[in-house]
Each structure stands twice: as structure tokens, then as C-alpha cells.
Design a protein around this ligand. Sequence first.
Ligand SMILES: [Zn+2]
Length: 177
Amino acid sequence: MTARASAIIWCAYPLSTQSLPQPPNPSSPAVRATMQGNRRRDTRPERSIRSALHARGMRYRVDFPIRPVAGARPIRPDIVFPRARLAVFIDGCFWHGCPKHGTQPNRNAHYWTAKLKRNVERDRRHDVLLRGAGWTVLRIWEHDDVLKAVDRIECAYDSASMGLTPIANAASRARIS
Ligand SMILES: [Zn+2]
């Protein structure tokens, strides 16, 4: 096994294959808050992780479109390191079916079941497409500890960067000392 392969395995982040848990109390304030607080970009966990990466001198792109297949609609991971071909998603527990906190409203259950199932299927499809195009894909739950998540990103970045030349690598890293 090559050093690169073992490094990737070491920091591999297991993808959840569990199904969504039982629906919660429909009028749960927590569910309402989650849904009302959801935004496509710049969620609180994203901001925390991005600023922690920045503090470590790691430079990334936000809203960077990746077309793994020519002509297909672009995929926009939450954080992208284009040169290292590392795509990071910060998945919200509600919208992406977190096995620990994923909840499903009882009201309009039919709609939500289908909607959330579609989201998870799309996530897995994107993972396959990106990996097929040579990208490293990292998925982090919004409930994950920020510092541990940033460690995982840094580890994946180092693994993904191994094939790059040292000069380019150092430049894209641009560490603040
Ligand atoms: Zn969660």
C-alpha cells in the first residue's frame, strides 16, 4: 500500500448508511428552529470551520463549482481546495439525515420523507461523481466538533496534496506563522 493510500484510509470519514430515525414531536421547537435557521450557505458550523481553517493558514474556495461530468450541472461543495482536489461538505443534521439528530416532521410526513430521502440520495450521487473524477470528498456533520473537523480536513488536504510539487503545495498552504 502506498503512503498516500494509507493516509487516506487513516483519516477516512465513514459515510452514514443508516436510515433516518423516527419522526419527532411535530411541534418540537427544536425542529422549527432547525428548519427556520437553515440556509444554503454560511450556516454557523460552516463559518466556524472556515474561520478555523483560515486561522491555520489554509486557503480554500467557497461556492466553487465542480463539473465532474462534462455538461452536467455543477456540484458546489461548501469548502473546496481546487489544487488538491479536495471537496468538503458541511452537512446539516436535518437536511442531510444525520443518524444521531436527523428528524422528520410528522406534519406533511409524506413530503418530508421523500424530500429528505432525495437529499441523502443526491449526496451519495455527488460523492460518487466527485470521487470518480479524482476528487477527495470529506463530509462533516454540523454537530461535529469544529477542531476535530478541521484536523480531519487538514489530514485529508495533506493526503490529497501528496502528488503536488512541494513549491505549489507550500504556496497554496500559505501558512501563517
Ligand atoms: Zn447530527
